[in-house]
Design a protein around this ligand. Structure first.
Ligand SMILES: *[C@@H]1O[C@H](CO)[C@@H](O)[C@H](O)[C@H]1NC(C)=O
Ligand SMILES: *[C@@H]1O[C@H](CO)[C@@H](O)[C@H](O)[C@H]1NC(C)=O
Ligand SMILES: *[C@@H]1O[C@H](CO)[C@@H](O)[C@H](O)[C@H]1NC(C)=O
Ligand SMILES: *[C@@H]1O[C@H](CO)[C@@H](O)[C@H](O)[C@H]1NC(C)=O
Ligand SMILES: *[C@@H]1O[C@H](CO)[C@@H](O)[C@H](O)[C@H]1NC(C)=O
Ligand SMILES: *[C@@H]1O[C@H](CO)[C@@H](O)[C@H](O)[C@H]1NC(C)=O
Ligand SMILES: *[C@@H]1O[C@H](CO)[C@@H](O)[C@H](O)[C@H]1NC(C)=O
Ligand SMILES: *[C@@H]1O[C@H](CO)[C@@H](O)[C@H](O)[C@H]1NC(C)=O
Ligand SMILES: *[C@@H]1O[C@H](CO)[C@@H](O)[C@H](O)[C@H]1NC(C)=O
Ligand SMILES: *[C@@H]1O[C@H](CO)[C@@H](O)[C@H](O)[C@H]1NC(C)=O
Ligand SMILES: *[C@@H]1O[C@H](CO)[C@@H](O)[C@H](O)[C@H]1NC(C)=O
Ligand SMILES: *[C@@H]1O[C@H](CO)[C@@H](O)[C@H](O)[C@H]1NC(C)=O
Length: 220
């Protein structure tokens, strides 16, 4: 008995320490519970586990599990990407990765949605599942920065199979406004199809700034 409960505790500690997604059904459920398919007008039926991880200046990188809330300072560096089940993704298949904020400026007023936080193509899976790009990103990574007083925002990472049309796309470049982006429209126009994987995080304003916020700013 005592041995069993010790094992269970040890297991749950290990799970916390390596908190990445391991179950596609759970990822899909987390997306649905957070209304992400509705709010993005995407169909989310993932076939691969898409792993996102934030490198830290000291210590281990912080892996993402769908729907986890991260402190803003943990998300400062551009994340790294991988896929768990490489048998589905051929090493010759180029991939597109997008990260969008669904809740700007606040979840109650999404007049700026979506904000494009990252968009890059020509990612290829190595045999260990790491995704490496062969060209620079179209939109470089921007750290989540929800305004003071906001509830946490949903930042969604999506993995698409790259189309031929994407290769010469002119819809988005480094000077295109990051606000009022529509990943569903972008995917439609470039024949990317629906995402084959995804995950998401919640990030609120810095805790020390949020505690001093008055009630008046939380109404928008
Ligand atoms: C994934 O989780 C669901 C319940 O959330 C469970 O029914 C299913 O068996 C799990 N699948 C795998 C491959 O572990
Ligand atoms: C997100 O989806 C939910 C459920 O359909 C809906 O109630 C909510 O208004 C949507 N939010 C936005 C910003 O579209
Ligand atoms: C993030 O900020 C919190 C609160 O100020 C602090 O405890 C933590 O060490 C910081 N983490 C990093 C990675 O800077
Ligand atoms: C990887 O995908 C293959 C083909 O769909 C499947 O048979 C296998 O169980 C998957 N492995 C894992 C670890 O999910
Ligand atoms: C991969 O993307 C990063 C971020 O845009 C960029 O700095 C790097 O040069 C790219 N790699 C190649 C080989 O283009
Ligand atoms: C992209 O455009 C170049 C120059 O117009 C063309 O040579 C190339 O075939 C195009 N690539 C694709 C994949 O359509
Ligand atoms: C960048 O895209 C915008 C449209 O978003 C377009 O007006 C502009 O000409 C493009 N710039 C370059 C250098 O291609
Ligand atoms: C985004 O584009 C899709 C078409 O792919 C459209 O159905 C949807 O209404 C658009 N969303 C917004 C907020 O414009
Ligand atoms: C910030 O404060 C608001 C109002 O008290 C609260 O709803 C929200 O969850 C807080 N955000 C964070 C990241 O703590
Ligand atoms: C957020 O609130 C803190 C404390 O009131 C303030 O110091 C900071 O400048 C504010 N940040 C922004 C972006 O308004
Ligand atoms: C914010 O508003 C809520 C509900 O109106 C109230 O209960 C709470 O005391 C207010 N907080 C502050 C700091 O004014
Ligand atoms: C929603 O946010 C926008 C951008 O910050 C702002 O201009 C607008 O006044 C807000 N609308 C409401 C109803 O608060």
């Amino acid at each position: 008995m005592r041995f069993t409960s010790f094992s269970a505790l040890f297991l749950s500690l290990v799970t916390l320490a390596t908190c990445q997604d391991t179950n596609l059904t759970d990822v899909r459920t987390a997306f649905e519970d957070a209304n992400i398919p509705d709010n993005t007008t995407l169909t989310f039926q993932p076939s691969v586990l898409f792993e996102v991880s934030f490198p830290q200046t000291s210590g281990d990188a912080v892996p993402v599990s769908a729907g986890v809330q991260l402190a803003r300072n943990v998300t400062a560096s551009p994340p790294t990407f991988s896929v768990l089940n490489t048998t589905i993704v051929s090493p010759e298949q180029p991939l597109v990765i997008a990260m969008v904020d669904l809740d700007p400026p606040t979840p109650q007023n999404t007049s700026l949605a979506q904000i494009r936080h990252f968009l890059g193509g020509n990612y290829f899976a190595s045999d260990t599942g790491e995704l490496t790009n062969t060209t620079a990103a179209i939109s470089e990574f921007l750290q989540p920065s929800p305004p003071n007083g906001s509830e946490p925002h949903r930042y969604v990472f999506l993995l698409f199979q790259q189309s031929r049309k994407f290769f010469n796309q002119t819809l988005v470049n480094s000077t295109t406004s990051i606000a009022n982006f529509n990943i569903s429209q972008f995917a439609d126009e470039l024949n990317l199809g629906q995402p084959i994987g995804g995950t998401f995080i919640l990030v609120g304003p810095d805790a020390d700034t949020n505690t001093t916020t008055t009630n008046t700013t939380t109404t928008d």
